[in-house]
Each structure stands twice: as C-alpha cells, then as structure tokens.
Design a protein around this ligand. Structure first.
Ligand code: FMN
Length: 422
C-alpha cells in the first residue's frame, strides 16, 4: 500500500485524504500569515551542498548519540499535541515506530494518549515534553508521572507561554473530539477509516490532563482550562525550579536567538533545540535553519545543539548537521506518515529520511555522520569560512607528509554533551 510512496510529500497527500480536515489543517498550518512556516522550508532550499567525487563511500554510518543516548540516525520525533487525532492511538503508533527504528519519541503534554498509556504500550523509555502551566502542582505531578514512566529526557518548551493565532483552527472550530458542526459532520462522512478507528479506542481527549488537573473531568471543562493554564510568567528562574524537580537529562526547546541560547547554556541544560515551533508561534521570526549556525557558533562548545522546524527530507537533516546541529527533530514529516497509514506510515517516513540522509552523505563524499560539517556546504556561514581559512593556512605551512590524502576540514565544532544515565 505504501510501495508507491517515495517522499514525505506523498505521505502528506495521503494524510490529507484520510484525516478529518480540522486535524489535517491543525498540522499543516502556521500562525497568522504563515510566512515563517513557509520560510522554514524555503530556507533549506537556499542552502547548497558540495558534490564530491572519487572518494571511497562504502561502509557508511549515520548512527550517533543524542544527550548520550544511542540513535540510529540524528533524528527524534518532536512533541506534537493531539497526535492521537491524526490517527487513533496515534501516540502509541508513533512511539512504537520510533522504538523499532532506534530513535527517540517525545510525548507532548497535550497528547491524547497519556504518559502511562504510552509507557504500557512500549518497551523502551521515551521522552516527555513539558508545557509549564500556571498550576505548578499539576506541572510537578506531570514531572513525577514522567519519572514514574521512566522517561529518559524532559523536553521543556519555552516558546509557547501564550498561544499564537492560527486562522485555520479558528475557522474549523478545532476541538477534540471535533465540534459537531454541519461542515465537520459532512467532512467526517468522507473519512470512514478514521471514524471506525476512533470508535475502537477510548483515547479521545487529552489523556495527561483530563482526570489529573483540578476541575477538569470532561471535555467541556478542558477547553477552558487549557486556555487559562499556559503560564505567561514562565521565565529563566522557573527553569531552575523544573530542573531541580526533574533531576535528569533536560532539553530546552524553542530557542531561536543567540542571546537566549547563551542564557540556556549558562543554566546548565543538556541540550537546546533551535526551533520556532515549526512556524506556529511568532510569525515573522527567522527560519530556524538561518539561526542555527550563529547559535552553534555562540554555544556549541558548551551545550549540545539540536534543531527542528522545516525538515521534510534527509537532505534537510544533512544540512542541519552540516551547519553544526548534533541532531534534529521532525514534526510534520512523521505526522503526515501517521495520518497516511498509522505506525506503518511513521516507519515509512523514517525509512525515507534515513535513505535520503545516507545517500546525500555519500554523494557529498562522507561515510560517517560525525565528520559532516561546514566543509560540506557550498557557501558555509561566515564564521565557518574564517575557521576553514585559518585551517588551510596552517595546512600550507605544515610540510606534506608522505602519501597524505587531500586536506579536509575536521568534523564540526560541536562536542557531544556529557553523557548521563538514561
Ligand atoms: C500539529 C503540531 C502540534 C505541535 N504540538 C507541540 C506540542 O504539543 N509541544 C511542543 O513543544 N511542540 C509542538 N509542536 C512543535 C513541534 O514539536 C516542532 O517544533 C515542529 O513541528 C517542527 O517543525 P516541523 O513540523 O516543520 O518539523 C507541534 C507541531 C505541530 C505541527
């Protein structure tokens, strides 16, 4: 059924056909004009790679580590709210696909399946993403639940203290379960597989919240709670409070500015994710890939730098790694796979990205992802150019060794983060 699927675009087309419009649009949208959403992907296409030939490219590896944990490629599944509305029990399907593929799955606070439900359905630790709520007791309880479920990293999202406006969600009357408007009922009539699947599961609301947060026992109290609860007072001091309670690997998500990256590194997190929330928060913000090199330049020797926003192919992953990211996350790329075909669709998305990454690396003349760096880019960032010039000047002064191969810059500046037990 997925034989004819050759890229993430194909999965997106299938997801559009299978997922109710309200939930498909929820994924395929950015805030306001969607300018930053579009720019996230456009910016990748402006980056050009150096094609290298006549290099032995047999025996390649894209295996690496994220915060000291082994991964089969530099990719994790990003936290995505309401994943279980793209496909019945979507969080379980995605977590299982990630587990089998050997990459981390990150469960959103705003997931449909709860932390405990996903833990029961999987065998390896997954990561948990925390939105800090005004109700700090609830936030603390979430942290404790993630610990009890043996989550091996906490991803703390910093770029959603308040929700930006996404026009499509308002127009569609987005809610879980869908509002029974005439337009939505008509739309559901054309999505029979999704409807039957939903009838077969009890996971249809926000599993981490309903029955856990004060005063939220059903869907109607939930929507009011959600809007009131995102904490606009969240600040750098709050992070120290969370760090103390979590006491495990901590990743700060939503850094898109050099100054913020410096503060994040000072706080002593294990990694940051350079991200603009996939263009869903500040419309007009820079494409995250354009912010990656300056951020790596500023803090890459002190903290592990991860990246998301706009990845739709293995070439995009390669470019992010070449610009200094230790690893990447995918949001829509796996969500489209999930909407298209559940667990098999997520596996297909991961397969596609793995293959594209491996082939791109080979055609750039590299065999190990650890050696990919600025030298693989046709127009490396200006900071990198200085480093490369300095390196080649030193090389020229050094007497040539017998049988030396052509000088190639060493791997990127980024050092791997201190390993911590997972
Ligand atoms: C439908 C959707 C829901 C999301 N929900 C969350 C969330 O609950 N928590 C979070 O930290 N990020 C959330 N994000 C942002 C993703 O984690 C990630 O930053 C983004 O999807 C990366 O961009 P990409 O989709 O272009 O890969 C969401 C993204 C999408 C598309």
């Amino acid at each position: 059924m997925l034989d004819k699927v050759t890229d993430i675009n194909d999965l997106q087309k299938r997801a559009r056909r299978r997922v109710p419009r309200m939930f498909y649009d929820y994924a395929d949208s950015g805030s306001w004009s969607e300018g930053t959403y579009r720019d996230n992907t456009d910016a990748f296409s402006r980056i050009k790679l150096r094609q290298r030939v006549a290099v032995d490219i047999d025996n390649r590896s894209v295996r690496t580590q994220m915060i000291g944990q082994d991964v089969s490629m530099p990719v994790a599944l990003a936290p995505v709210g309401m994943t279980g509305m793209q496909h019945p029990d979507g969080e379980i399907a995605a977590a299982r696909a990630a587990e089998k593929f050997g990459v981390p799955f990150t469960l959103s606070t705003m997931s449909v399946c709860s932390i405990e439900t996903v833990a029961q359905a999987t065998t390896k630790p997954f990561w948990f993403q925390l939105y800090v709520m005004r109700d700090r007791e609830f936030a603390e309880a979430l942290i404790n639940r993630a610990k009890a479920a043996k989550c091996s990293a906490l991803v703390l999202t910093l770029d959603l203290q308040i929700l930006a406006q996404r026009h499509k969600d308002i127009k569609n009357g987005l809610s879980a379960p869908p509002k029974p408007t005439l337009a939505n009922i008509l739309n559901l009539a054309f999505k029979p597989q999704w409807c039957f699947g939903m009838l077969g599961t009890t996971n249809r609301s926000f599993g981490n919240v309903v029955g856990h947060a004060k005063g939220v026992s059903d869907m109607s109290s939930l929507s009011e709670w959600t809007h009131e609860q995102f904490d606009p007072t969240l600040n750098w001091e709050s992070i120290a409070w969370i760090k103390k309670r979590w006491d495990g690997p901590l990743i700060l998500k939503g850094i898109n500015d050099v100054e913020d990256a410096r503060i994040a590194a000072d706080i002593g997190a294990d990694a940051i994710i350079v991200s603009n929330h996939g263009g869903r928060q500040l419309d007009g913000a820079a494409a995250s890939i354009d912010m990656l090199a300056p951020i790596v330049d500023a803090v890459g020797d002190r903290i592990e730098v991860h990246f998301d926003s706009g990845i739709r192919s293995g070439q995009d992953i390669f470019k992010a790694i070449a610009l200094g990211a230790k690893s990447t996350y995918i949001g829509r790329a796996f969500i489209y796979g999930l909407g298209a075909a559940g667990e098999a669709g997520v596996t297909k998305a991961l397969d596609i990205l793995h293959k594209e990454l491996d082939l791109t690396m080979a055609l750039c003349g590299e065999t190990d992802i650890a050696n990919v760096g600025h030298h693989n880019l046709l127009n490396p960032p200006s900071t990198a150019r200085k480093t490369l010039q300095a390196k080649s000047a030193t090389k020229r002064k050094t007497p040539a060794k017998p049988k030396a191969t052509a000088a190639r810059p060493t791997s990127r500046k980024q050092t791997s983060a201190k390993s911590r037990a997972s």
